[in-house]
Design a protein around this ligand. Structure first.
Ligand SMILES: Nc1ncnc2c1ncn2[C@@H]1O[C@H](COP(=O)(O)OP(=O)(O)OP(=O)(O)O)[C@@H](O)[C@H]1O
Length: 294
């Protein structure tokens, strides 16, 4: 593997559980230092993808390379270069936060200090608490701390902020930005579009086991994100004009400086675009979404 090779390379990845097809030919690369967000609704295939790349699940077909190694054959040296935060950790320990982190740190050649990671996830006041006595969100913070303590080259985060309160999410985003500055490559799955937009250099939208769109966050927003939506709220129920009339009114209002009471020009958020994508299931199955949104 050379320094310019992708850190993660996935080609036509397939996974079936019996007759059920969970992944139906997924292809993407992640470059060194990049943060890639995998977005998709429940059951889309995000965890299946990430767990194959972590070496937890076997694939049914296609190719995968992670840090130059086929993850189904990765040994201990390979695993020591990864940080893994699973979707559910099963951390129910009868040990304290501090003890658990110290124990994990001892597996790695060049770990971060326990104090550093405890501060990074905001668990200073709970470091001597048994893990089983933590709240759900606090346990999740322990999971994240365990994932980063080994100073991984590649960090896998499967819905890392589920159960976090807003302050903890922002603290987590700061931690991820610090890891990005240090050059860590990150694969993140999330339902939160603001999280993908805040952290992701690029994102892939997965639905029904297929990657239906891939690109920078702006590219995924695509034409729809650039088209103004006009909301007319004067005298009656809210009406939304999303196509040509909306664009025309918006353009006239801007060019002529018209003040129209009750007229609000907005641009759809990534969330609006995403919901449009994942609810158009008929288009997804024909694969036309990526063409429409590009
Ligand atoms: N061991 C299994 N046996 C059978 N089906 C499975 C198994 N694991 C996952 N699946 C199915 O594969 C599909 C993809 O699951 P996966 O966990 O990858 O989705 P996801 O995108 O991570 O969803 P979520 O956002 O809900 O976590 C789902 O329909 C799920 O029911």
């Amino acid at each position: 593997m050379t320094t310019t090779d992708p850190v993660v390379s996935v080609r036509d990845l397939r996974k079936s559980y019996g007759s059920f097809v969970a992944l139906d030919g997924v292809t993407f690369d992640i470059q060194r230092g990049e943060t890639f967000a995998l977005l998709g609704p429940n059951g889309a295939g995000k965890s299946t993808t990430i767990e194959i790349l972590e070496g937890y699940r076997d694939r049914s077909g296609g190719e995968a390379t992670v840090l130059g190694v086929d993850p189904s054959r990765g040994g201990l040296d390979w695993k020591a270069r990864l940080g893994i935060v699973l979707q559910s950790s099963g951390e129910s320990g009868a040990v304290t936060v501090r003890e658990q982190l110290s124990h994990f740190a001892s597996f790695y050649p060049n770990p971060r200090t326990v104090d550093e990671v405890i501060a990074a996830v905001g668990l200073e006041s709970k470091q001597k608490t048994l893990i089983r006595n933590l709240s759900g969100g606090q346990r999740r913070r322990v999971d994240v701390a365990l994932g980063v303590i080994g100073r991984p080259e590649l960090l896998f985060l499967d819905e890392p902020t589920t159960g976090f309160d807003p302050e903890a999410r922002h603290q987590f985003w700061d931690l991820i930005r610090q890891l990005k500055r240090e050059g860590t490559t990150i694969l993140l799955t999330t339902h939160y579009l603001d999280e993908a937009a805040q952290l992701g250099d690029r994102a892939g939208v997965i639905a029904g086991g297929r990657l239906i769109d891939i690109g920078t966050i702006t590219e995924i927003g695509g034409a729809e994100a650039r088209t103004p939506i006009v909301r007319w709220t004067e005298g009656g129920p809210r009406e939304q004009l999303t196509t040509e009339p909306g664009a025309l009114i918006a353009s006239l209002q801007t060019r002529l400086g018209l003040e129209v009471p009750g007229l609000e020009i907005i641009r759809p958020s990534l969330e609006d675009v995403y919901l449009g994508l994942v609810t158009s299931t008929s288009s997804i199955s024909t694969g036309s979404i990526s063409e429409d949104a590009s």
